[in-house]
Design a protein around this ligand. Structure first.
Ligand code: NAD
Length: 292
């Protein structure tokens, strides 16, 4: 059935996601404070205008503070019984705060952060990790299936964000481990292709090594083969690692590797020209360094 959808936040991710919903036959009204547009989407003058007749409102915003302010703005304007789906990557507490605002107003809420990047958003191959009630997830699922290829219902509100930051904490840590191991292998005189052949089929294998190898010319095509242009930018990895550290602090979880990864990406992005580079550019970073 055709739905009325409002899409708030038509950035690098939101615009192609909104276009895919329109292409599938839904009526999509968009709003972005920067005035950006998306193919097939009619822009509204204000966020309130965009949401007032919508069955589903989707947000794709930079961070938790902006999500909280947009939620406070649009929830009072939404139709009774409508569903708010936030696909941004935000802190677990902001997701839960938005969920509370929505349910207090008689609305359904789903946090549904994604992995798959802009390529996944354009091609409709994102993975969604969702939190919310069964009913809310059931409303969101057909839309997730248009924008993506997989949607996992992880639990109650906030569980989607929890899954996202745990996954990306593992990713940040394994990417650093893979890069420092390549740099060590170089210094030991070990050929990078041999290193890949062994590790990719041994117990050191991971997505970072096997699917996104940080060494140029080795393994499948990856940003390393394109001068480390993102891909997944180092500053976005830093954002996610900060969210996992924030969550670990709030939940009193001991995450020393996540902490080390956050510190390294912070140094890389803020002091070593890593901004604008793919997160796998940790390899040339380690390559240039010694222990001192
Ligand atoms: P982006 O900066 O391109 O888009 C965010 C958009 O939100 C911008 O167009 C901005 O103008 C708009 N916006 C800001 N404040 C607003 C407001 N108050 N009302 C309406 N619109 C507002 O960012 P993006 O790359 O599209 O990422 C969006 C989210 O998805 C982030 O949370 C990011 O962490 C997450 N994410 C991004 C990627 C990626 O590869 N880009 C991958 C997975 C998840």
């Amino acid at each position: 059935t055709t739905m009325q959808i409002a899409f708030i936040g038509l950035g690098n991710m939101g615009a192609p996601m909104a276009t895919n919903l329109a292409k599938a036959g839904h009526t999509v009204t968009g709003f972005d404070t920067a005035g950006t547009t998306a193919e097939g989407v009619t822009n509204a003058a204000t966020a309130e205008d965009a949401v007032k007749t919508a069955d589903v409102v989707i947000t794709m915003l930079p961070n938790g503070a902006i999500l909280r302010s947009v939620a406070a703005q649009v929830i009072p304007a939404m139709k009774p019984g409508a569903t708010l789906i936030d696909c941004s990557t935000v802190d677990v507490e902001s997701a839960r705060a938005a969920a509370e605002m929505a349910t207090a107003a008689g609305l359904q809420f789903v946090d549904g952060p994604v992995s798959g990047g802009t390529v996944g958003a354009i091609n409709g191959t994102l993975t969604f990790m969702a939190g919310g009630s069964d009913a809310a997830f059931a409303t969101a699922k057909p839309l997730f299936d248009i924008m993506g290829q997989k949607a996992v219902h992880c639990g109650e509100a906030g569980a989607g964000q929890a899954a996202k930051i745990c996954n990306n904490m593992i990713l940040g840590v394994t990417m650093i481990a893979t890069c420092e191991a390549f740099a060590l292998a170089d210094k030991l005189g070990l050929d990078r292709q041999k290193m890949f052949d062994v590790v990719s089929t041994s117990s050191g294998y991971s997505w970072s090594m096997n699917a996104y190898c940080p060494a140029p010319g080795i393994g499948p095509q990856s940003p390393a083969d394109n001068d480390y242009k993102p891909g997944f930018a180092a500053e976005l990895m830093l954002k996610d690692l900060r969210l996992s550290q924030q969550a670990a602090e709030a939940a009193d979880a001991d995450t020393p590797m996540g902490q080390a990864a956050a510190a390294l990406y912070e140094q890389f992005v803020e002091a070593e020209n890593g901004k604008g580079m793919d997160f796998s550019a940790m390899l040339p970073r380690f390559e240039k360094r010694g222990r001192g």
